[in-house]
Design a protein around this ligand. Structure first.
Ligand SMILES: O=P(O)(O)OC[C@H]1O[C@@H](O)[C@H](O)[C@@H](O)[C@@H]1O
Length: 262
């Protein structure tokens, strides 16, 4: 694609990683070409970023970026190496863009395997399409930026989940409050998940479209790469996933994120 972009789009380098910066009256956003990873999105009406990025992220080639929306594909977790699949470690290409008064649309491709369309405006919609013949898993592993994890409540999750830490199914009270290391897999029967971010006076709605699971993760004090000791305090992952029900060729999964101030 031509290297001359309209003023709303800029390609810059963060340490070793090429990044697309979007500057539009409706929103500002940043996407790493490694992983086609949206790691900053701030709609005009918000005074804070909606997505969390580790303040110690080094932006080193081949290192998973800690924050934003990593695309975990074509597998989830440590079933194989690298953990969470190779898509977040590879360079994607920006194949199309469109800028209108309403916002910016970007299309990134990972060879002939997959693509992700990003519709960025006052809301944010990512639509992933799986193209390869082989069935695959996926997680749009969204890290949300919250003022204080101890004042956060997540509404509209199912009343039970699979706890990946104990490897057991367990009952969960509603709304879900986070006060320790959590790593939970819910069925995606209920959508959207609502993150009440009390001290930022806002609610983040996370709509899971064509997902089979929702993963809720915060490592708390567990040592985690590219994350500071206090990093867990301002983040929460609520992930849109296809773990048990594999993606067939041509299938799409989307996450739609919107923010309401209160
Ligand atoms: O450190 P990674 O590979 O980015 O993974 C982070 C976390 O991702 C979550 O999706 C998993 O449920 C956790 O088990 C995992 O620890």
């Amino acid at each position: 694609m031509s290297q001359s972009f309209p003023p709303e789009i800029n390609i810059v380098t963060y340490n070793q990683i090429p990044v697309v910066e979007v500057n539009h009256p409706k929103c500002q956003a940043k996407i790493s070409l490694q992983g086609a990873q949206l790691f900053s999105w701030q709609p005009a009406h918000c005074s804070q970023d909606v997505l969390w990025l580790s303040e110690v992220e080094p932006f080193v080639e081949g290192n998973a970026i800690r924050g934003g929306i990593p695309i975990c594909y074509p597998w989830f977790g440590g079933v194989k190496q690298p953990a969470h699949g190779f898509a977040r470690l590879r360079l994607w290409t920006l194949n199309q863009y469109q800028i209108t008064d309403d916002g910016v649309e970007l299309l990134f491709k990972l060879d002939n395997d997959a693509e992700i369309k990003m519709l960025l405006n006052e809301t944010c919609t990512l639509t992933f399409t799986h193209f390869s013949e082989e069935a695959a898993q996926l997680a749009l592993h969204s890290y949300f930026n919250v003022a204080d994890i101890e004042q956060v409540a997540v509404f509209n999750l199912p009343s039970d989940c699979f706890n990946s830490l104990t490897q057991q199914q367990q009952a969960v009270s509603s709304p879900r409050k986070i006060t320790e290391n959590v790593d939970e897999i819910y069925s995606a029967e209920k959508s959207p998940s609502i993150i009440a971010d009390q001290d930022n006076h806002r609610e983040i709605s996370v709509e899971h479209i064509n997902a089979s699971q929702i993963v809720v993760w915060n490592p708390w004090h567990k040592v985690t790469s590219s994350m500071s000791e206090q990093g867990y305090r301002t983040m929460l992952c609520v992930e849109t996933a296809r773990i048990s029900s594999l993606l067939a060729k041509g299938e799409q999964v989307s996450v739609k994120i919107s923010v309401k101030s209160n």
